[in-house]
Ligand binder design. Structure first.
Ligand code: NAD
Ligand code: DAU
Length: 339
């Protein structure tokens, strides 16, 4: 099996590639993986295992049609993780989201069609459904995205389905809930809060802290993506939920406990614009049709994640410092040349 994985140096993509290289899924012992990744701020080569015989890494942009066309022929499947993925960044600047998430997906679809690639799995998100106060979304729920990030992912989902219907490309879409685990860039709530607490800093809770997210360990998500690749039906969409809903306030309490800090480290800050109140997926379809069930209990997964960040400062300190400096440079008057 020859897999073409986009965004394989990011958080979820690298867990997926490393699982393939480790032969963790049946039939992947001899699989070869080509990773195409632009190495944006979120991409990190330290995330990827090294295997010169089974892994080819290419630094490049999924929007670069000539590059993608030069790489893709000969692969059996595309697993598409590459995206701009952080909601807050999409609120301050949406251009990169439209470009990578929409145009980049279209370029990949077109190249996959021209190269005759047999399978295409598009990794999407529950955020395309919007926000839900009660009950849970099934796959047939109408799309109602709120943030520019979610809108760009919804647009890419529609393109994927259009390439299936129009060109017969064997695509499937996965829509997953919030992931957590090791190697997640420290801008998303769990790694940001853990690393702030380890550094003796406060943690910023948005609004009233009662927004609810459904958590899934990244290893469970990757297993679901591979199940969809190998056993999913072309043209279908699969929700992948963790089943564990927590308000941000409850999550903050668990993280404070995990690091041994008290509630006085919480700083209440202005709410995110257009902040979705609650996400909740109905994952019956993937459970019944593909036999998927999450395996990592939340308490164990969270404790392992806290331990990993405590033991691996070398990984997150430089990337976090660079992100803080970049943010400071973008705020007029905060940092001056030579200061
Ligand atoms: P991430 O931000 O950690 O990684 C994204 C990767 O894509 C990085 O390695 C980056 O360098 C690469 N990339 C960005 N633009 C690129 C471009 N133009 N060309 C090539 N590579 C590019 O993201 P993640 O959290 O690992 O998310 C992966 C996918 O899963 C995304 O599509 C995201 O929408 C989806 N998803 C994420 C979550 C979550 O909780 N993190 C949940 C559901 C779905
Ligand atoms: O639901 C899946 C989505 O989960 C993915 O598609 C996205 O790529 C991923 O980033 C994530 O989006 P969220 O917006 O839910 O994740 P984030 O970690 O940014 O925020 C989680 C919740 O925590 C949200 O309600 C906002 C809140 N929050 C976040 C940050 C960064 C805070 O209260 N303080 C913070 O500093």
């Amino acid at each position: 099996m020859r897999l073409f994985v986009t965004g394989g140096a990011g958080f979820i993509g690298s867990h997926y590639v490393n699982a393939i290289l480790a032969g963790r899924y049946p039939g992947t012992e001899d699989a070869h993986v080509t990773v195409l990744d632009k190495l944006t701020y979120a991409g990190n080569l330290d995330n990827l295992g090294f295997d010169p015989f089974r892994l080819t890494f290419v630094r490049g942009d999924i929007c670069d049609e000539d590059l993608v066309m030069s790489l893709l022929p000969g692969h059996d499947a595309v697993v598409h993780f590459a995206a701009e993925s952080h909601v807050d960044r999409s609120i301050t600047g949406a251009a990169a989201f439209a470009r990578t998430n929409v145009l980049g997906t279209q370029v990949l679809l077109d190249c996959a069609r021209r190269a005759g690639v047999g399978r295409f799995v598009h990794v999407s998100t529950d955020e395309v459904y919007g926000s839900i106060d009660h009950t849970s979304w099934t796959e047939s729920w109408p799309l109602s995205p709120n943030s520019p990030y979610a809108a760009s992912k919804a647009a890419s989902d529609l393109l994927v389905q259009a390439y299936h219907r129009t060109h017969g490309l064997a695509t499937s879409v996965t829509r997953c809930s919030n992931n957590y685990g090791t190697h997640q860039f420290p801008e998303k709530i769990i790694p940001l809060f853990i690393t702030n607490l380890l550094d003796g800093q406060d943690i910023p809770l948005y609004g009233d802290g009662m927004n609810v997210r459904e958590w899934l360990h990244v290893s469970d998500h990757c297993r679901a993506v591979h199940l969809v690749l190998t056993h999913g039906a072309p043209g279908e969409i699969y929700n992948v939920g963790g089943g564990r809903e927590l308000s941000n306030r409850e999550l903050a309490e668990r993280l404070l406990d995990g690091v041994g800090a008290s509630w006085d480290r919480v700083r209440w800050v202005a709410d995110r614009k257009g902040h979705d109140r609650r996400y909740s997926l109905d994952s019956t379809k993937i459970e019944k049709e593909l036999g998927f069930a999450p395996e990592v209990p939340f308490e164990r997964g969270l404790a392992d994640t806290v331990r990993w960040y405590r033991d691996n400062r070398w990984w997150w300190e430089p990337v976090k410092k660079r992100a803080e400096l970049e943010a400071a440079w973008q705020t007029p008057g905060r940092v001056r040349a030579g200061a």
